[in-house]
Design a protein around this ligand. Structure first.
Ligand code: NDP
Length: 405
């Protein structure tokens, strides 16, 4: 949809580093990719006003969009203040035409907020995963929801593999011994195993899940997956995959389970006491998909009882997680804040993808089908394939309890 008039674009990004924007970076650039693994082309805006490899995802970086938007006469508001009724986001939203948000620091677009934003026509996710938007409310109001499919899928797959290994080998406590001073080998290895020979499974074999399976293949593990749609037979054969029609079947045979489905009403609370109870005692669970797919307290109980030997991932609910969120203190975890999909490498791709989506919108050209989640009052594009209608934002107001440490 095009608009000749000046638009107001409100963008919510995470805070700048407490140490300030880096004066220099660890590396001088990022590799140039030719295409994504399935052949999809990388974002192709008419131009970019940033240096790939620099910090773009925090407020000062502004996704590199400022010159482009203001140059075209639009208003561009960037803030990290997103939670609670007195937040900048809540105030600026009222007359916003476009909202840009990130899963890492989600500006929850609940039905209440959407009702207040009468001009809102486009919600862009600078990343992948638009569950922070009440998709049902967006459908009902014919708001277009789009995300940058593929932009950080491999980033997340790499993180998930890292966390599987960190859990099974028990890396984090071993590092702790080094930093504290000591040479406590017996302490350090008393929960450390090899992943070789284990049964490793993914819940959902979409872009990320399949990339995880491919990356785990050389570890000589037995690979399993469940998904709503089965992978082509040749892919199953090449990777030696065992397909499970249900998640219950998958978890009952796996030592390590990694979750890669979107959060939507079908998957919310999937890993509850009942499902975790079907896992082998001492299983490892990695969740880089969305916090709400796992029941918060059931995870804590399972780690405390030993039903789970470890839990890792980088997704929480709400985000930012309050400082008293029990996952910060539970035993046997290797959590990160929501970072897997916002490496400097990923930032360059999602910033360019957001620019591409905006250029299409402003010029009245169609947004790529693969970027669409909701359009014209229905799930569309990638959204029609992977999501179900409804809302998964319930409880997000708790994010206002976070205070920076
Ligand atoms: P894809 O759309 O490529 O894959 C999602 C897969 O999940 C699809 O194969 C889909 O099945 C499957 N699925 C959906 N519902 C179910 C269900 N009920 N049971 C089993 N499988 C299901 O997405 P990506 O792989 O790129 O991303 C997946 C998710 O990862 C995102 O939605 C997001 O939540 C999260 N993510 C996290 C990031 C981070 O920084 N931590 C960054 C990027 C993404 P089918 O299509 O066959 O119906």
């Amino acid at each position: 949809m095009s608009s000749g008039s000046a638009l107001k674009v409100v963008c919510v990004l995470y805070d700048d580093p407490v140490t300030g924007i880096p004066a220099s970076y660890a590396r001088d650039g990022i590799p140039a990719l030719s295409s994504y693994p399935d052949g999809q082309t990388l974002p192709s805006p008419s131009g970019i006003d940033f240096t790939p490899g620099q910090l773009l995802g925090s407020v000062s970086g502004g996704l590199g969009l400022e010159p482009f938007l203001t140059g075209r006469g639009h208003q561009y508001v960037v803030t990290s203040d997103k939670d609670g009724p007195d937040s900048v986001f809540e105030r600026e939203l009222v007359d916003a035409d476009v909202v840009i948000s990130q899963p890492f620091w989600p500006a929850y677009l609940t039905a209440e907020r959407i009702a207040k934003a009468s001009n809102l026509r486009l919600a862009i996710t600078a990343g992948i995963g638009s569950d922070h938007v009440d998709l049902q409310a967006a459908i009902d109001r014919s708001i277009t929801v789009a995300e940058v499919t593929w932009c950080n899928s491999i980033s997340v797959a790499e993180h998930a593999v890292m966390q599987m290994l960190a859990l099974v080998r028990d890396y984090i406590p071993q590092y702790g011994w080094v930093v504290r001073g000591g040479w406590n080998i017996a302490d350090a290895v008393s929960r450390s195993y090899d992943i070789e020979g284990m049964d490793v499974g993914v819940v959902a074999a979409g872009r990320i899940g399949l990339a995880v399976l491919k990356r785990m293949k050389p570890f000589d593990v037995n690979l399993h997956y469940t998904d709503r749609h089965r992978l082509p037979a040749e892919v199953e054969a090449e990777l030696g995959l065992t397909y499970h029609a249900t998640v219950e079947s998958l978890v009952s045979v796996c030592d390590v389970v990694s979750i890669h489905c979107p959060l939507h009403p079908e998957t919310e609370d999937m890993f509850d006491d009942e499902l975790i109870g079907r896992m082998k005692r001492g299983s490892y669970l990695v969740n880089t998909a969305r916090g709400k797919i796992c029941n918060r307290d059931a995870i804590v109980r399972a780690l405390e009882s030993g039903q789970l030997a470890g839990y890792a991932g980088d997704v929480w609910f709400p985000q930012p997680a309050p400082n008293d969120h029990p996952w910060r203190a539970m035993p046997g975890h290797a959590m990160t804040p929501h970072t897997s999909g916002t490496s400097l490498s990923a930032q360059a791709r999602y910033a360019a993808g957001v620019r591409e989506i905006l250029e299409c919108w402003l010029d009245g050209r169609p947004i790529r089908e693969e970027y669409l989640i909701v359009q014209g009052g229905a799930l569309a594009g990638a959204g029609a394939h992977s999501y179900s209608e409804g809302d998964a934002t319930g409880g997000s107001e708790e994010a206002a309890r976070f205070t920076a440490g």
